[in-house]
Ligand binder design. Structure first.
Ligand SMILES: Cc1ncc(COP(=O)(O)O)c(C=O)c1O
Length: 485
């Protein structure tokens, strides 16, 4: 202990403060999975990962393309002649063919209704890097960005730590399906003003993580009007743009600003191939700003998080194959729609409802009837039981800053069909246990009994044997994540 204190004194304030934002049940759930990951044969009673928004449903399409296009790689006999050109120093502008491939892909995903200038594409290490880059360009330490809640917990981790920017939630409610209203925006803005906090912008994820919904034209228009009136920035994280799998269509802020008067210098898009193409490991993030000064500054800053030129080279080929891109986008959304249907219908049969959604890699599930009381503590209690006993890593609403207890985000696209069935089976059994309680006790008492069962399980946690660490864990144990799950 003494040793680590001495070490701390040798480090910077940023290195030793607790602002990294991984201190959340969202990341604790990952740890629970990491220490006991499900495997159908080697660890069938392990934790199933329903807390990771990955799109693993269309890998086969990309693998097929790679086999048919060996020249796209510099590590094949067919492609090695390009090795030297690609391996030498690249500046922070990026390969022109990569920027134009990304711009075309973004246009295609937005139905060809907008045009993107490749010279405005700035690279970054995933949307994570791109979002932080935006904060560095637009805000000073102590300044704030408004963010509609519930919101992606990674924002707390990614946007605040190094930049010292604050995030102020705009409270959205289930009574109107968590829509972002003008009144809620005004209220959050006024609250900041009263606390003498300078608001520099509004950041949104459209489609939403965790809701899986898309913003309609009217709401987008009202957001653009709001930021114009206040003369603050609008950062639109459109990382889930191509995960929309049924109507209504995705509408980008780029379309809205074509249709209405606004100061384009205030509009910025963050994009990535992590979700739409399911390639988070390639760390391809993009900033697209309509503001020349921001493009210039972001480009200079991007040298801290460039996309490797090997990846750029590969993706330039892949994305310029328009036939492949068309096929991929259509097939990917078909598969997401099918998986979403299986998942939500399975939950419905058990009496569990989800917010109506048509995008994303997750659904926003309501377990409010299972709460002992409508509090965050009761939600956390239920979440612990789901992880420890039902062995599912779902993410509690409180980690998304949801103001109403009882909502959980459940990811459905990071596993195969068989694992989905196992996960649904576990939930079914859990709910059935509650119903059996109803039969043995007096009518309408089952929920209360279930709550009692849950709470006795929680108290029994201390005597449970420690989880075995699975050799199949893909994630190294992180010392940054709290051990308690
Ligand atoms: C809304 C949102 N933004 C950014 C990210 C980070 O994406 P990337 O892997 O491209 O850094 C995620 C990942 O879950 C996300 O949901």
């Amino acid at each position: 202990m003494g040793f680590s204190n001495v070490n701390h004194q040798l480090l910077s304030e940023i290195a030793t403060n607790d602002q990294h934002g991984e201190n959340s049940s969202y990341f604790d759930g990952w740890k629970a999975y990491d220490s006991d990951p499900f495997h159908p044969t080697q660890n069938p009673n392990g934790v199933i990962q329903l807390g990771l928004a990955e799109n693993q449903l269309s890998f086969d399409l990309i693998e097929e393309w790679i086999k048919e296009n060996p020249r796209a790689s510099i590590c094949t006999t067919e492609g090695v002649s390009k090795f030297r050109d690609i391996a030498i120093f690249q500046d922070y502008h990026g390969l022109p063919e990569f920027r134009s491939g990304i711009a075309k892909f973004m246009e295609r995903v937005r139905g060809g209704r907008v045009r993107y200038d490749p010279d405005r594409i700035v690279m970054s290490g995933g949307a994570t890097g791109a979002n932080e880059l935006m904060m560095f360009c637009l805000a000073d330490p102590g300044d704030a960005f408004l963010v509609p809640a519930p919101y992606y917990p990674g924002f707390d981790r990614d946007l605040k730590w190094r930049t010292r920017v604050q995030l102020l939630p705009v409270i959205c409610e289930s009574s109107n399906n968590f829509q972002i209203t003008k009144a809620a925006l005004e209220e959050a803005y006024e609250r900041a003003k009263e606390a003498s906090i300078k608001v520099k912008g509004l950041i949104i994820a459209n489609p939403s993580n965790p809701l899986g919904t898309v913003l309609d034209r009217e709401t987008l228009g009202s957001l653009v009007s709001f930021i114009n009136e206040k003369n603050i920035h609008l950062v639109c994280d459109e990382i889930y743009a191509a995960t929309v799998f049924s109507s209504p269509n995705f509408i980008s802020v780029s379309e809205i600003i074509q249709e209405m008067e606004c100061n384009r210098d205030l509009i910025h898009i963050v994009y990535s191939l992590s979700k739409d193409m399911g390639l988070p490991g390639l760390r391809v993030g993009i900033v697209y700003s309509y503001n020349d000064a921001v493009v210039n500054c972001a480009r200079k800053m991007s040298s801290f998080g460039l996309v490797s030129s090997q990846t750029q080279h590969f993706l330039a080929s892949l994305l310029s194959d328009e036939v492949f891109v068309g096929k991929f986008l259509a097939e990917s959304s078909k598969r997401l729609a099918k998986r979403h249907k299986i998942f939500t219908e399975g939950l419905e049969e058990m009496g569990i409802s989800c917010l109506k959604s048509n995008a994303g890699l997750f659904c926003w599930m309501s377990l409010r009837p299972l709460l002992k009381e409508a509090t965050t503590e009761a939600e956390t209690l239920l979440w612990r039981v789901i992880i420890k006993e039902v062995k599912l890593n779902v993410s509690p609403g409180s980690s998304f800053h949801c103001m109403e207890p009882g909502w959980f985000r459940v990811c459905f696209a990071n596993m195969d069909d068989a694992t989905v069935e196992v996960a649904l089976g576990r939930i079914r059994k859990f709910v059935r246990q509650g119903k059996e309680g109803e039969a043995t006790e007096k009518k309408k008492q089952w929920r209360k009994n279930l709550r009692l069962t849950l709470s006795s399980r929680i108290h029994g946690e201390a005597v449970m044997s420690p989880h075995k660490i699975s050799p199949h864990s893909p994630i190294p144990h992180s010392p940054l994540v709290r051990a308690s799950t």
